[in-house]
Design a protein around this ligand. Structure first.
Ligand SMILES: Cc1ncc(COP(=O)(O)O)c(C=O)c1O
Length: 401
């Protein structure tokens, strides 16, 4: 296990022989920027996620940002989103040029509380931006239903939701656009990277333009960089000169390169195996915590879904004779590397004060932010490690209640 001196580190990375060979080939041939491997990776990902289009970008945050920024081409001015998430979700709304309207989460799911969505919709709202936090799918049927009635787009933040299914469909394939992270802590990784998914060809074209500074190039497969041929479109438009240097939109510099795609292609080879191990670990934690349910809350898998095994959350219940910090430090002392759960973006993350919210406006998100923890369930954690984690929690409780 690659760790930080911990018996159970939060994350790990699996770099396959294929990834190493592909990277060596890129270095040998000098083909390190976007091209053949990115194209191959995008095709594989579209197949895996059951979508027509998968556009590789440089991070999950950029995937969120570009998916949102597509809306500018379709008349949008403002967006909204849920309150509890990794801070990147909020940042992306701002980066895309919108103003977020936050909605609190449900205490049973960690995800956007669908009962609170309609009252947050204003005349300026253009999209609902649910997050599938820690791989637990948001209530997509209800969300899509509201969006249809109110004529809004749905953009799914599936950054942490590799392997998550909702009513038999991969998350990220249900809304208008989906956004995944390929950061090193995630189940498929390119080191740093992201992916935008959609079944809408026009949206995918806009994303391809946005990731390269908003240039007029939006082909699914670039003739120049992938097949090495001559691009017939490049000088075909009179009046604009070279299409590659004609900028149509306020774009971003968010490309994925071949070295990153090589890591991703290698990672994909082990995807099913890794997913299975992580599901085994997640369920061992969930079942193991049934005996601690008086003290800690954790999520459950409902019949309509399959949780993507990103991490195992556990939240100190109200009125306990111990604090979240005591649990955290006890676990760290015993070689387990938990992370605090993300809090409410508008009231617990610096930088969002300008929105004028006060602590107490998003009570559920804030509660998770002050009482929640999560640990990794990754492929280098053995059943013995999970037992050790459960025993350590039991020993903590013995000493504190
Ligand atoms: C819910 C959520 N959205 C967005 C991101 C941003 O992804 P990245 O770190 O690849 O930019 C993350 C990060 O893991 C995340 O957890």
């Amino acid at each position: 296990m690659k760790g930080c001196g911990m018996r159970i580190p939060f994350g790990t990375v699996t770099i396959t022989r294929t990834a190493k060979e592909l990277i060596a080939d890129c270095l040998e041939t000098g083909r390190i920027s976007g091209g053949t491997l990115v194209d191959r990776f995008e095709k594989r990902m579209a197949g895996l996620l059951e979508v027509e289009e998968a556009v590789a970008v440089s991070s999950g945050t950029d995937a969120d940002t570009l998916a949102l920024a597509v809306l500018h081409d379709f008349g949008a001015k403002r967006g909204d989103e849920p309150a509890l998430s990794y801070a990147a979700t909020g940042h992306a709304v701002i980066h895309a040029g919108f103003m977020p309207v936050f909605v609190d989460v449900d205490l049973e799911t960690l995800n956007i509380d669908v009962e609170k969505i309609e009252s947050a919709i204003t005349p300026k709202t253009r999209a609902i931006f649910p997050v599938h936090l820690l791989g637990k799918p948001a209530a997509m049927s209800e969300i899509v239903d509201i969006a249809k009635r109110r004529n809004l787009s749905v953009i799914e933040d599936a950054a942490e939701a590799w392997g998550a299914m909702y009513n038999g469909k991969p998350v990220g394939s249900i809304g208008d656009l989906g956004a995944f992270s390929l950061y090193v802590a995630h189940i498929i990784t390119t080191g740093d990277g992201g992916l935008v998914t959609t079944n809408n060809r026009e949206y995918a074209e806009v994303v391809r333009s946005l990731r390269g500074h908003g240039r007029a190039c939006a082909c699914k497969q670039c003739v120049s960089t992938v097949t090495g041929g001559k691009c017939e479109k490049r000088f075909a438009d009179s009046g604009i000169g070279d299409r590659r240097f004609h900028f149509q939109r306020i774009g971003y510099s968010s490309r994925m390169n071949n070295l990153e795609a090589a890591l991703g292609l290698g990672s994909l080879e082990k995807y099913s195996e890794i997913l299975e191990i992580r599901r085994r670990n997640l369920f061992a934690c969930m079942v193991g915590f049934e005996r601690f349910q008086e003290f800690f809350w954790t999520f459950k898998e409902e019949k309509q879904e399959r949780i993507g095994p990103h991490a195992f959350p556990f939240v100190v219940r109200k009125g306990m004779p111990f604090t979240r910090e005591q649990v955290l430090l006890y676990l760290v002392r015993h070689g387990i590397d938990p992370r605090t759960l993300f809090g409410s973006i508008p009231t617990q993350c610096g930088g969002y004060e300008f929105l004028g919210h006060r602590l107490g406006d998003f009570p559920n998100s804030e509660y998770f932010g002050t009482h929640g923890l999560h640990i990794g369930v990754h492929q280098d954690i053995s059943p013995g490690d999970v037992e050790f984690f459960l025993d350590t929690v039991a020993n903590f409780l013995k000493a504190h209640i």
